[in-house]
Design a protein. Structure first.
Length: 317
C-alpha cells in the first residue's frame, strides 16, 4: 500500500520580494510528472506579489490546472485547491510555513504530508514522485529530504538530504557537500541516513503524523535553524529522517538572502544562539566563551560587521 502519493501532498513555498525565483519554482512544480494535491504559496508582505499571481494564472491555463485562490484574510480561504496567501506583516519563514500547514489541517481533506521547498529551487520532473516512493519503500521514514544540487553547477551536490550539527558550537555541515554527482552512487543510503541530524529546509518533506505529534515549526526562529530545531524535536520522539537520492532539486543556495548579507548574518547568528539555548545544556555558554575567537577571526578577514551583529543580538535581543 502506497500511503504517500503526489495527489495527497501539499507543496508549500514562501516568497519574500523574489518574484522571479518564485515564478521559476512554480513553473518547475507545474512541470512535475505527477502533480501535488495542492500548491500553497505564502507571501511575506512583499511589494511584487501581484507579478506572481499573474504568472500563476498563466501557468494554470497552460497546464490546465484549476487557478489558485488569492487569500488576503486568514479567516477566509477555500476548502480545496491552490492558494496564494498574502500576509500583511513578515513574521518569518517558520510563521509563513505554519500558516500554510494550518490551512491544510483545517481543510482536513486527506493530506498525508507536506513538502516545504525553498522558492529559490528548481524541481526535477520526478522529484515529488521519487520522494514519495522512498517514503513508501521504507515506512520508518517520517521526514525526508532530496539530493540537492547547486543550480549554478548541476553536477555538484550541495547536500544529501541534510546534515550534522554540533551541539557545542551550533555549526552545521551538509552531508556530501561539494561532492561530484558521479561519486554519490557508491554511497550507502542507510549510512547517510544514520548520520542525519536535520533535513535541509530547501526540500523538507514532513508526514502528517509528525505534525500531529510534535506540532508546527518553531516561530522563535525568524530565519535559519528552523529545520534543525524541527528535526531534533522529531528525533526525540523517535521519528526517522530519510534521504530520497533520486529526488533531485536544484538550489540557488541562498539567492534570496544574498540581497541583504548583513541581515543574513544577523538572523543566522541569532538563530544559532536560540538553537543552542533550546537543545544543549552548555552550548550557549561555550558559544559566548568562544566569541573572542570569532571576533578576532572576522576582524582579520576584514568582516567588521560581525561585531555589530553580535552587539545587536547580545545587547538588543
Amino acid at each position: 500500500m502506497n500511503l504517500y502519493r503526489p495527489d495527497n501532498i501539499a507543496v508549500i513555498i514562501v516568497n519574500y520580494n523574489n518574484a522571479d525565483l518564485t515564478i521559476k519554482c512554480l513553473e518547475s512544480i507545474f512541470n512535475l510528472e505527477q502533480q501535488p494535491k495542492d500548491i500553497i504559496v505564502v507571501d511575506n508582505s512583499s511589494y511584487e506579489y501581484d507579478r506572481i499571481t499573474s504568472e500563476w494564472r498563466n501557468l494554470s491555463h497552460i497546464y490546465k490546472r484549476i487557478p489558485h485562490y488569492l487569500c488576503t484574510s486568514l479567516e477566509k480561504f477555500p476548502s480545496t485547491g491552490d492558494v496564494f496567501i498574502s500576509l500583511k506583516v513578515n513574521n518569518g519563514f517558520s510563521f509563513a510555513n505554519n500558516i500554510a500547514i494550518k490551512i491544510c489541517l483545517q481543510r482536513n481533506t486527506g493530506y498525508k504530508g507536506f513538502w516545504i521547498v525553498n522558492n529559490d529551487t528548481i524541481l526535477d520532473r520526478h522529484s515529488l514522485k521519487n520522494i514519495c516512493k522512498r517514503m513508501n519503500s521504507f515506512p520508518l521514514i517520517d521526514i525526508c529530504g532530496s539530493t540537492i544540487l547547486f543550480l549554478q553547477n548541476k553536477n555538484m551536490i550541495q547536500c544529501a538530504s541534510g546534515g550534522c550539527i554540533s551541539r557545542i558550537t551550533g555549526r552545521t555541515q551538509n552531508i556530501l557537500e561539494n561532492t561530484s554527482l558521479r561519486q554519490y552512487s557508491s554511497v550507502e543510503q542507510l549510512k547517510i541516513e544514520s548520520k542525519l541530524d536535520y533535513i535541509n529546509g530547501a526540500s523538507l518533506f514532513i508526514s502528517m503524523n509528525v505534525i500531529q505529534t510534535i506540532g508546527l515549526l518553531s516561530e522563535e526562529y525568524f530565519l535559519y535553524y528552523e529545520d534543525c530545531d524541527f528535526c531534533i524535536r522529531a528525533k526525540r520522539h523517535n521519528f526517522y529522517l530519510g534521504w530520497a537520492p533520486d529526488s533531485i532539486i536544484y538550489h540557488a543556495d541562498g539567492a534570496s538572502s544574498k540581497k541583504s548579507p548583513q541581515k543574513l548574518e544577523y538572523y543566522s547568528t541569532r538563530s544559532r544562539l536560540y538553537f543552542l539555548k533550546n537543545h544543549t545544556k552548555f552550548g550557549k555558554i561555550v558559544f559566548i566563551m568562544t566569541l573572542p575567537f570569532f571576533i578576532l577571526s572576522n576582524f582579520l578577514r576584514g568582516n567588521f560587521s560581525y561585531m555589530r551583529t553580535l552587539y545587536n543580538i547580545l545587547l538588543k535581543k
